[in-house]
Design a protein around this ligand. Structure first.
Ligand code: GTP
Ligand code: MG
Length: 291
């Protein structure tokens, strides 16, 4: 029996043949199945198309599993910040400026693997990671555990690079982004949607550090022992943390033996007695009393 598939089917078939990846193939195949006239003469062809669809979906699932592969970097410090951007935008230069390590180079794609540095920010240790511009899925997976992502673009290539990065951000569903425009020493164009810096000259780097600190939403808590001075190094916790979070951070058993805490800073009275549920504020000094 003749198939008489029609023009819509022929168009869908052309799209299928021209498809460059599995997703496009599946889309075109769906259209082929939809537009194929359904009668006795097309039954075999329809079964073949459904069979092809099953194979393609298995293939797509395989590819997705592969892309979910992660690149493990141990999280150290109070927070993790990733720097990502197109090749040559100055990621290594910025990393070096902020942490003292990093290998800037004139050649694009010179950073091949995620590169890690530690930055001391308002007394807190922050792990900074340059994500290579190859944007391999396993490298991008690091951003899932980051507290903040700096999207760095070269202001000389603003339109193209911003578009390119927007696509990646949307595809990855990246959150907590600050858009930073680099090489501002070469171009003096203002952009409302970008924070402008020069990683090379250091222009606006201190302000960028302030922005990073504010965006991380962390608090520094100084602990003290009874009748002693406060510790020099703060315990860094997320905003909204309570005395119980501090206690847990110091020692697992601390909560078991907790009686009360005295707080200097956010309380009405200096050294006021509070319980485990008290919400701490940045720069509070806390003295924990245990049984
Ligand atoms: N004028 C100027 N040049 C910069 C600035 N930041 C980086 N560069 C230069 O831009 C080039 C690329 O810098 P990198 O820091 O290696 O860039 P990247 O984004 O890490 O590049 P890849 O890792 O290769 O993708 C180098 O030649 C840097 O010297 C800047 O603020 N101003
Ligand atoms: Mg680099």
């Amino acid at each position: 029996m003749p198939v008489n598939a029609g023009i819509d089917y022929a168009n869908a078939q052309r799209k299928y043949l021209e498809a460059r990846n599995v997703d496009e193939k599946i889309k075109a195949l769906e259209e082929m199945i939809r537009t194929l006239p359904k009668h006795k003469g097309t039954e075999n062809l329809l079964a073949q198309l459904h069979g092809r669809m099953t194979k393609l979906k298995t293939e797509r699932e395989k590819q997705r599993k592969k892309s979910r592969k992660t690149f493990n970097i141990r999280k150290v410090g109070a927070a993790r910040v990733c720097i990502l951007g197109p090749p040559n935008s100055g990621k290594s230069m910025l990393l070096k400026k902020l942490t003292g390590v990093g290998t800037p180079s004139e050649c694009p794609y010179s950073t091949k693997k995620p590169f890690i540095g530690m930055m001391t920010l308002s007394g807190a240790q922050v792990q900074m990671i340059e994500i290579p511009s190859s944007f391999k899925p396993s490298f991008l997976s690091i951003t899932r555990s980051s507290n903040l992502n700096i999207c760095l673009i070269d202001m000389n290539k603003y339109s193209r690079q911003r578009k390119e990065m927007k696509k990646i951000i949307e595809k990855e569903g990246l959150k907590n982004i600050i858009w930073v425009g680099n090489k501002n020493d070469l171009i003096k164009e203002k952009r409302e949607d970008m924070f402008l810096i020069s990683a090379k000259t250091g222009e606006n780097i201190d302000d960028l550090k302030d922005i990073i600190w504010k965006s991380l939403k962390l608090i520094r808590i100084y602990t003290k022992s009874i009748n002693k001075e406060k510790q020099e190094k703060p315990v860094v916790l997320p905003e909204g943390s309570r005395v119980m979070d501090l206690a847990r951070n110091i020692h697992e058993d601390m909560i078991k033996f907790f009686m009360f805490a005295r707080v200097w800073g956010s309380t009405k009275f200096p050294g006021e007695r509070v319980g485990l549920k008290y919400i701490l504020k940045d720069k509070d000094i806390v003295e924990i009393h245990t049984k």
